[in-house]
Design a protein around this ligand. Structure first.
Ligand SMILES: O=c1ccn([C@@H]2O[C@H](COP(=O)(O)O)[C@@H](O)[C@H]2O)c(=O)[nH]1
Length: 287
């Protein structure tokens, strides 16, 4: 008798489990030219490969999420993308969830191709989750949202980004589509995300990106999904800032740090110690 294929465990549930067991920390893999130099590596594919392999081997068995920043691999051309593919596979095999930071956003038909590339099982760059931009309209993300649901992957939607320039777009006032009167554009996106996550337990698979640098956002962050918080370390935010930014949603926050950990390399033990320190600081700050 044939058995029905089992549905993949949704990303939100897998992320909740990883944060509970490993601590809520995402470490970014951002091989900046300056970091390669600091590590005594050449700014070429060989240096990129050594850097990436060192980070994956040091941290994939330790931290909940690794977040490769696609741009730093793309700048090395097709061989750089091959390094990225290998990093995704190795990190997942070692037990980390991989969040691909590629911030994709386009018209729906092209979004379908991005969904095939990053959110469809069997693709060389298939990742546990992908960052996407909703600023071509939230509806343009539908192919990514559907592909993620089918494969048990997640999507992190840019809402309030950590850079100061984001405010002119994200905080622009738009008419509410409910009954609240005018709201900021980012709030509209957060509301859409919440709708995607309705009824999900223990956590929805559609997250939002909200910078740890922002102070009190003035936004309703109750999306029933994960809140990726970049901006710790090099951009100036600290763990102690998180309660003010996220209020009663801190339990759903996935803080993210790249250079703040990577600058401790290249010794694997030093990278692990830096990640452990971050987890401890976060535990102290978030309670
Ligand atoms: O709002 C956002 C969204 C994404 N990022 C990305 O996170 C890392 C931050 O690196 P640090 O070295 O910790 O500053 C980087 O890849 C950004 O592209 C962000 O910073 N803010």
């Amino acid at each position: 008798m044939k058995t029905a294929p089992t549905a993949p465990e949704p990303f939100g549930a897998r992320l909740r489990g990883a944060m509970d067991t490993r601590g809520p920390l995402c470490v970014g893999i951002d091989p900046h030219a300056e970091l390669l130099a600091d590590w005594g590596l050449s700014d070429d594919v060989a240096g990129l490969e050594r850097f990436t392999r060192t980070v994956v081997e040091a941290l994939a068995g330790e931290v909940a999420v690794l977040k490769p920043q696609s741009a730093f691999f793309e700048r090395h051309g097709s061989r750089g993308v091959a390094v990225l593919e290998r990093a995704v596979a190795d990190a997942r095999a070692a037990g980390a969830l991989v969040l691909m930071d590629a911030k994709r956003g386009d018209i729906g038909s092209t979004m379908g191709a991005y969904a095939s590339a990053y959110l469809t099982e069997g693709s060389p760059l298939f990742s546990d989750a992908l960052t996407v931009s909703p600023y071509l309209g939230f509806g343009s993300l539908r192919p990514a949202l559907d592909a993620a649901r089918d494969s048990g992957a997640g999507v992190f939607v840019l809402a309030l980004t950590s850079n100061p320039e984001g405010a002119e777009v994200q905080r622009a006032t738009v008419a509410d589509d409910g009954s609240r009167g005018p709201v900021m554009l980012a709030q509209r996106m957060l509301d859409r995300i919440a709708r995607e996550n309705a009824d999900a337990t223990p956590l929805g698979s559609v997250g939002a990106v909200v910078g740890a640098t922002l102070g009190d956002t003035g936004a309703d962050l109750a999306i029933n999904g994960p809140l990726l918080a970049p901006g710790l370390g090099a951009q100036g935010a600290t763990a102690a800032d998180l309660p003010r930014v996220f209020g009663d949603r801190v339990r759903d926050v996935l803080p993210s740090v790249s250079r703040g950990v990577l600058r401790s390399g290249p010794a694997p033990r030093a990278l692990r110690a830096a990640a452990e320190r971050s987890v401890q600081e976060l535990a102290d700050a978030l309670g």
